[in-house]
Every structure is written in structure tokens, then in C-alpha cells.
Ligand binder design. Structure first.
Ligand SMILES: Nc1ncnc2c1ncn2[C@@H]1O[C@H](COP(=O)(O)OP(=O)(O)OP(=O)(O)O)[C@@H](O)[C@H]1O
Ligand SMILES: [Mg+2]
Length: 244
């Protein structure tokens, strides 16, 4: 579903990604972790072409991002993305947030968009909040609306960039529950997260990045079950975050 091939990226003279190669199969859940500044967000943003890169190629569902004929906005509309900050429109109701892109980008009618959006809102357990504004919801609820909004677009893959790291601890669980449910339903997912419980429970693979490079890419069984085989950098990282 996603083929990342020898991707390198520079900001001026600073190389932020160095020759990264990996692929994600349909239905696979892959967790990306690593120290701050290692390039996780940059890598995940290259997948839906939110960040350009200078070398290599990424192929999403058979479509190459570097092919000049590729319609990037169209491709992007099929890739769901959920960020750390919910980025809902504060002046629009939950229902309007859910339907806007469906209407503008996919050309759906208002009723069809509302039907789809509310179905997804129900799926994340928030149907009774459909007429509220984002400011009237908790952080965890807003993040679940953001997930419902992404799902309303019928994505072929979902990308998450630390979706729970801005939340109060008691709200992390409700967002992770939605993500676990999605994973169990067979959604293809690439998740930057330090929630190692989630990674252990549902991910098929773990990618560990350091200094712009994928240094570990293995099954989660291998990653968590065989700590002695990990690289020193990954070991160090794991020992720090698993203390919490
Ligand atoms: N627009 C930019 N211009 C220049 N450098 C940038 C830019 N965006 C990110 N960087 C640098 O690129 C590196 C990777 O950043 P990135 O946000 O991908 O890291 P990350 O692994 O997601 O970190 P975190 O865990 O803190 O979110 C960092 O050193 C960062 O300072
Ligand atoms: Mg980041």
C-alpha cells in the first residue's frame, strides 16, 4: 500500500531524512518511534506529500508521488491524517467539520456527506455531540472527531502523528481505543506514537528512527520480545520510555 524507497530530504544544508526505505502492506499497522527530532513527523508527512523530498520515491496504492502526472490533492484526499493538534475548524459545528472536505474535495452532496460523517461520529462514540462546536468538547473528544473526519473521506490508509501526546492522561485511552478498533478492523495504519502499550497490542511492525534514518524495522514481536537484539540507540530509547 505504501512503498517508501530511498527517501532523502534536506532543509537547506541540513539533512533531515537519510535514505529511508520501508513498505507497508494493506491491513498492516506500523508504529514509528524514536527520539525527538529524529524525523518521524517529516517522514510521515512525506507519505501524503505534505513535505516534498529531494531523493527517492514514495508509491501509495500504486501511485508515485514523484510522477509529475500524479494528482497530489486527489491522492491526499485518500490518505487520512490525524495530527497531535486536532485542527478542527473552531467556528464550525462538529457535523460541519465532518462534512466540509467531503463536500469540497470529494464533491459529495450535503445529505450524503452528513450521513457518512455522522456514521463515523457514531463509530467513535460521539454522536450526541454532533451539534456542538470544537471548543465545547474535551481534547480527547476533539481528537476522536478528527479521526471521524478523516474516516469520513473513506481513506485507503490512515497516518497518525502523535495523536495522543497533547492529551491529558485520562483522555489518552479513549483515543487509543478508537485506534485499536480501527486496527482490528483491518485499516492500514502508520502511527508515530510513543504509546508502547498500543504498539505492543496492535502493531504488526515497529520502525525506530534516529537522526533522520530508519535504524530498526522489524515485527513488533521481535522489537519488544528480543530487546537484546536491538541497536544500542533503540535500547537506550526503550529503557527511557518504558520506565514511565
Ligand atoms: N521547516 C523546517 N525547517 C528546518 N528544519 C526543520 C523543519 N521542520 C523540522 N526540522 C528539523 O528536522 C528534524 C526532524 O524534525 P521532525 O519534526 O520530523 O522530528 P520528530 O522525530 O517528529 O520529532 P518530535 O518527536 O519532537 O515530534 C528536526 O531536527 C527539526 O528541527
Ligand atoms: Mg514529530
Amino acid at each position: 500500500m505504501i512503498d517508501i524507497k530511498n527517501v532523502s530530504k534536506w532543509y537547506g544544508s541540513f539533512q533531515v531524512l537519510t535514505d529511508n526505505t520501508t513498505s507497508i502492506k494493506k491491513g498492516e499497522v506500523v508504529v514509528v518511534c524514536g527520539p525527538s527530532g529524529s524525523g518521524k513527523s517529516t517522514l510521515i508527512k512525506t507519505v501524503n506529500a505534505l513535505e516534498p523530498f529531494q531523493k527517492g520515491d514514495i508509491v501509495v496504492d500504486g501511485i508515485s508521488l514523484t510522477d509529475p502526472k500524479t494528482n497530489l490533492p486527489k491522492l491526499r484526499s485518500r490518505v487520512g491524517m490525524v495530527f497531535q493538534h486536532f485542527e478542527l475548524f473552531p467556528h464550525l459545528s462538529v457535523t460541519e467539520n465532518l462534512t466540509l472536505a467531503q463536500i469540497k474535495v470529494l464533491g459529495r452532496g450535503k445529505d450524503e456527506a452528513a450521513q457518512r460523517g455522522l456514521k463515523m461520529l457514531d463509530r467513535v462514540g460521539l454522536i450526541k455531540h454532533k451539534d456542538k462546536f470544537p471548543g465545547q468538547l474535551s481534547g480527547g473528544q476533539q481528537q476522536r472527531v478528527a479521526i471521524a473526519r478523516a474516516l469520513s473521506m473513506d481513506p485507503i490508509v490512515m497516518l497518525f502523528d502523535e495523536p495522543t501526546s497533547a492529551l491529558d492522561p485520562e483522555m489518552v485511552g479513549e483515543v487509543l481505543d478508537v485506534m485499536v478498533q480501527l486496527a482490528n478492523e483491518g485499516m492500514t495504519m502508520m502511527c508515530v506514537t510513543h504509546e508502547m502499550g498500543f504498539a505492543k497490542k496492535v502493531s504488526h511492525r515497529v520502525i525506530f528512527m534516529d537522526a533522520g534514518k530508519i535504524v530498526e524495522d522489524c515485527s513488533s514481536q521481535e522489537f519488544f520480545g528480543n530487546p537484546d537484539a536491538r541497536s544500542p540507540r533503540a535500547k537506550d530509547f526503550l529503557s527511557k520510555i518504558l520506565q514511565h
